[in-house]
Design a protein around this ligand. Structure first.
Ligand code: NAP
Length: 299
């Protein structure tokens, strides 16, 4: 496509450091973000921190917690980190106890941690299936449950945001385990919002599109590298998303300005998941997309 015919796509967002919400929106508010030592979780935590929040980061690896701490301290915000495996309810309880000791009970919980890797379904071991479902679906529920129980007992309002994925609606070839788990996460948002709304607890979902970051897994990096951004129209927005755009959406959903929004899942992906082609594009089997040879039941 010639330069002068190239559509412009969606405009670029305001620069890093900008905020959509009034300064101090989260002053005095503790915000728990699971998996915030890396990637999108770190981006979400930073946007809450810019708006005055104290941040609690929970994940398994000390090096990720250290990276998350540094990213928040750089903004001058208070931060507490806790080793936590969200598959383990006791670990979640201990993590929340340490959060309470640091800042009081967090009022916002962003369930961002998840596990994922691409594999054709027929090659997926039962353990691989269990591992992804256990972190992404079970872990998300266990954190939401423990967080909500504390607010229900204290009769205090709160906000939960579960990070999802668009293949919750569409399915995701190569990601049968993660897509099924994220479909469960989206569905859970709707059940929990109705159950806990009467007690002042909002529950929403938030779905990212393709948002590059330094902690991306090899499959996402390969997806980005397969196309030439100068000539390939990769998605309707004509650009990828930025972490701050995803973080801004999270801060809005948890803010006082979104109090009547609950049970909703917001997709921040420039409409990429809704695109269709007038003619049927070529079907490329997942094994070919992943450069795997023919199925070998012994393999
Ligand atoms: P990421 O960098 O791989 O982050 C995942 C985080 O989860 C890590 O910080 C990891 O920390 C934590 N984690 C994994 N297992 C855990 C466990 N058992 N207990 C506690 N923490 C655990 O991924 P990301 O790209 O930022 O994605 C963040 C969220 O967005 C995920 O929910 C993902 O499914 C969703 N998403 C991302 C994309 C994308 O393009 N990046 C697209 C769709 C959806 P430790 O290793 O320290 O535990």
């Amino acid at each position: 496509m010639a330069d002068d015919e190239t559509p412009q796509g969606l405009p670029e967002p305001p620069p890093p450091g900008a905020s959509a919400l009034p300064s101090g929106t989260f002053d005095g508010t503790a915000v728990l973000v699971t998996g915030a030592g890396t990637g999108l979780g770190k981006g979400i935590a930073r946007e809450f921190a810019r708006l005055g929040a104290s941040i609690v980061i929970a994940s398994r690896k000390q090096e990720n917690l250290d990276a998350g701490r540094a990213a928040i301290e750089e903004l001058g915000a208070p931060v507490e980190t806790a080793i936590c495996d969200i598959r383990d309810p006791e670990s979640i309880s201990a993590m929340l106890d340490s959060a309470v000791a640091a800042f009081g009970t967090p009022q916002v919980c962003v369930n961002n941690a998840a596990a994922n890797f691409p594999v054709p379904a027929e090659d997926m071991s039962p353990n691989a299936w269990r591992a992804v479902v256990d972190v992404t679906l079970n872990g998300t529920f266990f954190v939401a449950r423990e967080f909500a129980r504390r607010h229900l007992a204290a009769k205090t309002p709160a906000s939960i945001i579960n990070v999802g994925a668009s293949y919750a609606w569409t399915g995701g070839p190569g990601f049968a385990h993660s897509a099924a788990a994220k479909a469960g996460v989206k569905n859970m948002v709707e059940s929990l919002a109705v159950e806990w709304g009467p007690y002042g607890i909002q529950v929403n979902g938030l779905v990212p599109g393709l948002i590059p970051h330094e902690d991306m897994t090899a499959d996402i990096t390969a997806n980005l590298q397969r196309a030439d951004p100068e000539k390939d129209l990769l998605q309707p927005a004509m650009r990828v998303g930025t972490r701050r755009e995803f973080g801004w959406a999270a801060t809005f959903l948890a803010s006082p300005y979104a109090r009547f929004i609950t049970g909703h899942t917001l997709v921040v992906d420039g409409a990429n998941w809704q695109r269709r082609f007038m003619t049927n594009p070529t079907v490329v089997p997942i094994r070919d997309q992943m450069n795997r040879g023919p199925f070998n039941p012994e393999g």
